[in-house]
Unconditional design. Structure first.
Length: 103
């Protein structure tokens, strides 16, 4: 079962001055109410790896384009009103459909 983002984590991400793709993804996931465990599955990485990226740690080049593409898609769907997900089931359905397009 996925867990919610903690208030401390959200504050850390919101106040981060990092321009990294991982921090941008974290902000998008928080705004879209997409649990990290589900996002990690889509990216085929561990939750620990995803959280390291969320905190600005380096990302391998082979993952960078996928992360940037995913972030842009989430931000577009936020703007279009498709997101934020209202329930975990809705988040899983969204990411499952999205995962089929990023594979």
């Amino acid at each position: 079962m996925s867990r919610r983002y903690t208030a401390d984590f959200i504050e850390t991400v919101r106040t981060s001055d990092s321009d990294s793709a991982g921090v941008a993804l974290a902000k998008a996931c928080i705004d879209a109410n997409l649990p990290a465990a589900y996002v990690a599955k889509i990216l085929n990485v561990s939750r620990m790896t995803l959280h390291a990226w969320f905190r600005g740690k380096p990302i391998r080049f082979r993952n960078m384009l996928l992360i940037e593409s995913l972030t842009a898609r989430i931000q577009n769907d936020l703007t279009a009103g498709v997101l934020p997900a209202k329930t975990k089931k809705e988040a899983l359905t969204y990411l499952d459909a999205l995962g089929k397009t990023v594979e």
